[in-house]
Design a protein around this ligand. Structure first.
Ligand SMILES: Cc1ncc(C[n+]2csc(CCOP(=O)(O)OP(=O)(O)O)c2C)c(N)n1
Ligand SMILES: [Mg+2]
Length: 359
């Protein structure tokens, strides 16, 4: 390629660095209305997501299961922070990086791990796998593999809630790779036009597979909201309290005024896109910079500084989580695979349509 052609196609988008994380909130947990128990619960919950996935990665490498495995490690403050503010019957839908979301939304470590192993005791009965966690009781509507395709479903959930006047919010999460899909723009337009009680969140982790945001999208992502006059904010997704602070304001506004919001939550994934990705498209220094903002370590330091708990108490929580995850691995290992005659079950909502007799 000629020099001028190289220059002509040099990406001109926004380069996302750790210094582009918005400043973390100065409010302490009390100002945010959190008790010590709340803080300790959130620490445990974030650590569970992390240990669960670290063990899942080990089991994958041991050959216990195959297929895709996209780890959420580094992004746990988003799921825990958002979920803490939302109500248990608000609707949540996300993309394929869904393990953390499932865990905060009522899927047990056992049912989550068994799903990864493809076992009948999994949260999707072993037929969904890593990308298709699901828990209707927890109003958690998946786990979706097609980039951007579930964004209109988030708007649809919000439409149903508004129609039924049940006061619930629907929240749809997606990656930075989804923001230029037509589906996002169709959903944003109707959400704003019909004033749907919906929260759209991009978990901007800097990369869409191996492509940095500045190489795949032309402007800062929150600006997608401007074209629709949609309320919006940028949030530091490496800081739990910042996520909670923004969410408190946003959830209140959506519930009271039934209007959509778009949040760009800036975060980072420490691992590769999936298990087969060594992450050669970024430097070790970049990774380290983000790890220095690690949401779990930050909260641990906060807990110790504020004397909410002693190191020994934190260690006890971590040991307990470790035990829970190891028990989940054993459970998954020992559980049976689904029977072949269940293949056509749970395809449709309600009574399954019998496609043919496959005895
Ligand atoms: C419509 C569509 N195109 C391409 C793919 C292949 N694909 C899978 S994940 C991915 C990257 C998405 O990145 P992002 O939205 O930033 O989410 P992240 O993996 O960072 O959580 C792509 C292109 C897909 N699943 N669906
Ligand atoms: Mg991404």
């Amino acid at each position: 390629m000629s020099k001028s052609a190289v220059k002509a196609f040099t990406p001109s988008g926004f380069v996302y660095k750790s210094t582009d994380l918005p400043e973390a909130t100065k409010k302490d947990h009390k100002k945010l209305g959190l008790t010590t128990d709340n803080v300790m619960f959130l620490f445990r919950e974030m650590f569970l997501q992390r240990r669960f996935e670290e063990r899942a990665a080990q089991m994958y490498q041991k050959g216990k299961f195959g297929g895709f495995l996209h780890l959420y490690i580094g992004q746990e403050a988003v799921s825990s922070g958002v979920n803490f503010v939302l109500q248990p019957d608000d609707d949540i839908i996300t993309a394929y990086r869904d393990h953390g979301w499932g865990l905060v939304r009522g899927i047990s470590a056992k049912a989550g791990m068994a799903e990864l192993f493809g076992k009948a005791t999994g949260c999707s009965k072993g037929k969904g796998g890593s990308m298709h966690y699901f828990n209707a009781e927890g109003h958690f509507w998946g786990g979706h593999g097609i980039v951007g395709a579930h964004i209109p479903v988030a708007a649809g959930l919000a439409f149903a809630n508004k129609y039924e006047e049940n006061g619930r919010i629907a929240a749809g999460f997606f990656g930075d790779g989804a923001v230029d899909q037509g589906a996002l723009h169709e959903a944003f337009n109707l959400a704003q036009l019909w004033k749907l009680p919906v929260l759209f969140v991009v978990e901007n982790n800097g990369y869409s597979m191996g492509t940095a945001t500045n190489r795949h999208t032309a402007t800062e992502i929150y600006k997608r909201a401007l074209g629709y006059d949609m309320k919006h904010a940028i949030v530091n997704g490496m800081d739990l309290f910042s996520v909670i602070e923004t969410m408190q304001e946003v959830a209140k506004d959506i519930r009271e005024n039934s209007n959509p919001w778009f949040l760009e939550i800036r975060t980072y994934r420490y691992r590769g896109h999936s298990m087969s990705d060594p992450g050669n498209y970024r430097t070790k220094e970049e990774l380290e910079e983000f790890k220095n903002n690690d949401p779990i370590e930050r909260l641990k330091t906060y807990i110790l500084d504020k004397k909410l708990a002693k190191q020994a108490e934190i260690d006890a929580i971590m040991d307990e989580v470790e035990k829970e995850v190891l028990e989940a691995v054993d459970f998954a290992d020992e559980s049976p695979f689904p029977e072949s005659n269940t293949l056509y079950e749970h395809i449709f909502s309600g009574d399954d349509l019998v496609i043919h007799d496959h005895k």
